[in-house]
Design a protein around this ligand. Structure first.
Ligand code: PMP
Length: 312
């Protein structure tokens, strides 16, 4: 947060169909989405490639595809195409003129003022803003996490595969519990309380005996774009495959390596779970390799993945 307050950015937002000063973008206190969380959003990163003096937005189209999926689930109609949203995002970033990494937040919401939570017969709108964003989780050393006493929401309650604004109450409870307990992040168990699901806003991977394992989609995870990137890079660059299977809580205690991944989190090593040291407590070899390759890919340094990097 300090970073945002110190910076002159953001100066602009896409709001009401045009790019305007962000200080002029605001909603009525009666807005349905503000009252009931009836909105969906995305989180996208743009990376500053210092050597080239260029900004690259990472997997922008894939994020907007998930945005449309979230909208479909939540019955929000967007009057722009994916291509138009990508162009608006590029225009917004050009106007900001970042020379640092940034984060893009598209938000589609029920903008009507009617009382009552419902997804139909509402006005709907979209806004986009950006902020400078460095590390979201500490990348320099493995972080300390706990298993949250708050479990992940099931698909038949608030679908975790959609990025629904209101569902982040679940994430906020997890993260707050972790911070109050002296941890940096939380891992939640699936809605049946039996298996590892994910972090408050990131997916999780485990390394055990040279095998890379991650929870399956049916354990109430958000199907992360970064998770998918890890699948691709591990297959292509490390000739390893990933096992998607349920993970028990205590498997985390005896894992050789653990890491989180996400647009915000990037690739972040976990060094301690519930007071148990993971491996030798240092960042694991495989995690380090994946993190290195990931940062090369997002900065368009490996041409094979250039189609994922949109120049601003
Ligand atoms: N899970 C949750 C709950 C999230 O909010 C995020 C961040 N979007 C992720 C996982 C990671 O998803 P992605 O890699 O697409 O950012």
């Amino acid at each position: 947060m300090e970073q945002v307050m110190e910076s002159k950015h953001p100066e602009f937002a896409f709001f009401g169909g045009k790019i305007i000063p962000i200080s002029d973008a605001g909603v009525d206190i009666r807005t349905n989405a503000l009252q009931y969380g009836t909105a969906v959003f995305e989180g996208i990163r743009s990376y500053w490639a210092e050597a080239e003096k260029k900004n690259y937005v990472f997997r922008m189209e894939d994020h907007y595809k998930r945005f449309f999926d979230s909208c479909k689930i939540m019955m929000i109609n967007i009057k722009y195409s994916i291509n138009e949203l990508c162009n608006i995002t590029k225009d917004l970033l050009k106007k900001e003129g970042y020379e640092e990494d940034s984060y893009i937040r598209p938000y589609a919401y029920n903008s009507g003022l009617d009382l009552g939570p419902k997804l139909i017969k509402n006005d709907q709108d979209i806004f986009i803003y950006t902020i400078p964003l460095g590390e979201y989780l500490n990348l320099s050393k493995p972080i300390k996490v706990c298993i949250s006493s708050w479990m992940r929401i099931p698909d038949n309650c608030i679908p975790p595969r959609a990025k629904v604004a209101g569902s982040y109450v679940n994430a906020a409870l997890q993260k707050t519990e972790a911070l109050l307990g002296g941890y940096e992040e939380a891992i939640t168990l699936s809605s049946d309380g039996q298996h590892v699901s994910e972090g408050s806003a990131m997916n999780i991977f485990m390394v055990k005996n040279g095998k890379l394992i991650t929870p399956p989609t049916y354990n109430d995870i958000l199907e992360g774009v970064t998770r998918n990137t890890i699948f691709e890079l591990v297959k292509n660059e490390l000739d390893l495959s990933i096992i998607e299977r349920q993970i028990d809580r205590t498997e985390l205690y005896t894992a050789d390596e653990l890491f989180f991944c996400g647009t915000g989190a990037q690739v972040s090593s976990i060094g301690n779970v519930d007071g148990r040291t993971v491996g030798d407590g240092k960042m694991g070899e495989l995690t380090k390799k994946i993190q290195n390759i990931y940062f090369k890919i997002v900065k368009n340094e490996i041409k094979k993945y250039s189609h994922w990097c949109t120049e601003v």
